[in-house]
Design a protein around this ligand. Structure first.
Ligand code: UD1
Length: 419
């Protein structure tokens, strides 16, 4: 159990550089399996989910070095097609190794993946798409056995917009025979980054970042060098920390365009946002203003991963905010903990609608982080609260944030990870 001790009351001010995105680096590490030779990946975040992916790559026979956010992977070709259940069950994104191994070896054995408990999180779209490409998938005792004589390009309509399914099917399609067309594909910038990586390895992909993605299979991919895009959600988290503490923060190394949905809501809360080509400055108002109603959606809509931190920030805003969670079915565990800190929040019984009546102050408390972004929300609440907050966390926060206490301290926060 990790214990973050947060002392509230300091304004978050200054400048901070933003590192590489977890949600871009994870599919890229699965994509490495498709190539032959060495790949060098710069700006890779040093977080627990990347450690798990590195362990999976080593289990599959890759040589991996990770030095100062640069990852060098040497892939002589997978030595096994069985993925280690213990590692797979740690994070949902390990399902992406299914598409990559099927693409490369035409065979894979994988357990149903784990991850944050924020709803049932099915993988039916992944399996349906892979089956349509020719994979035979049998499930027995929690394991999935997938095999394909040949993977064949086809047209796949995704009935829900799914980031993971879009990425998994791109990974399976790049070495398949012929053309695969994904309809109703997710449009997240991380998918564009994955496509950029695959294209630099020799893949043929058109339309990544739009809802129709066309992939023409090639025979082989080579190793490459790539720089992972900046983390939109980490950037949003720091901006909210500044907003909640009525601070003034400049983030560098980010693409303002990728965080438009986040900065639009920060503006609606009264913050002044100034954008430059690779930086964003936020100046908070004297008091944050509530947002009457907003919804979480697939990109380019407001990202569900920012919902918990916005709920924390809106707890101290003037007026009543209504947040509708439309992507995941139960993503409100942070609300109960924020209530312990004095927040006035009501969650509907289906956990889809969160109503927040802002209060001038939250107070310190001992709270439990129940998932990655919910944990970050509690730390932010602690920064804005009076007195001391203890966030007890089962390792969720380190899955997605590199050196969060150190980075917050650099910009004026008082957060330590207690031994
Ligand atoms: C990815 C992100 C996660 C983010 C989420 C939504 C990574 C590693 N994780 O997760 O941080 O919160 O996108 O932006 O990139 N669904 C189905 N069937 C499927 C797959 C998904 O019904 O086969 C549903 C899910 O239950 C959910 C919705 O589709 O309601 C979106 O999920 P999806 O986009 O697949 O999320 P992930 O890829 O798991």
């Amino acid at each position: 159990m990790r214990k973050y001790r947060v002392r509230g009351g300091n304004r978050i001010c200054g400048a901070l550089g933003i590192g590489g995105a977890k949600n871009a680096a994870l599919p890229i590490l699965a994509a490495v399996l498709l190539s032959e030779g060495e790949s060098v990946i710069h700006n890779c975040p040093n977080i627990a989910d990347i450690d798990s992916s590195i362990e999976i790559l080593r289990h599959l026979g890759c040589r991996v070095d990770f030095v100062q956010n640069t990852l060098t992977v040497n892939n002589p070709g997978p030595t096994t097609t069985e993925l280690p259940t213990e590692l797979v069950s740690k994070m949902r994104s390990s399902i992406l190794f299914m598409g990559a191994l099927l693409g490369r070896c035409r065979e894979v054995t994988i357990a149903s993946p784990g991850g944050c408990q924020i709803g049932s999180r099915p993988i039916d779209l992944h399996l349906k798409g892979l089956r349509k490409m020719g994979a035979v998938i049998n499930e027995e005792n929690g394991l999935m056995y997938a095999k394909a004589e040949a993977l064949k390009g086809t047209q796949i309509y995704l009935k829900e917009v799914s980031v993971g399914a879009t990425e998994n099917l791109i990974l399976a399609a790049v070495l398949a025979q012929g053309e695969t067309t994904l309809l109703n594909a997710a449009r997240e910038p991380e998918i564009v980054d994955l496509a950029r990586f695959l294209k630099s390895m020799g893949a043929v992909i058109h339309g990544a970042g739009t809802s129709t993605v066309r992939i023409t299979g090639v025979k082989k991919l080579r190793g490459t060098t790539h720089r992972v895009m900046p983390d939109r959600i980490v950037a949003g988290t720091f901006l909210l920390a500044a907003a909640m503490t009525l601070g003034d923060l400049t983030l560098t190394g980010i693409n303002p365009h990728d965080i438009k949905a986040i900065t639009a809501n920060l503006r609606a809360m009264g913050c002044t946002i100034k954008e430059k080509p690779a930086s964003v400055r936020l100046r908070a108002p004297r008091q944050l203003i509530a947002i009457p109603h907003f919804i979480t959606e697939a990109h380019p809509g407001f990202p569900t991963d920012m919902q918990p931190t916005f709920v924390a920030a809106l707890s101290t805003a003037k007026g009543t905010s209504v947040v509708e969670e439309r992507v995941f079915e139960s993503r409100a565990a942070h609300a109960t903990e924020l209530i312990r800190m004095g927040a006035n929040i009501v969650v509907t019984s289906d956990e889809r609608v969160i109503v927040i009546k802002g209060r001038p102050h939250l107070h310190g408390a001992t709270v439990h982080s129940k998932d990655l972004r919910g944990g970050a929300a509690l730390i932010l609440a602690g920064l804005a609260a009076q007195a001391e907050t203890l966030v007890l966390d089962n390792g969720y926060i380190e899955r997605g944030y590199e050196s969060l206490p150190e980075n917050l301290t650099k910009i004026g926060g008082d957060v330590i990870l207690q031994p």
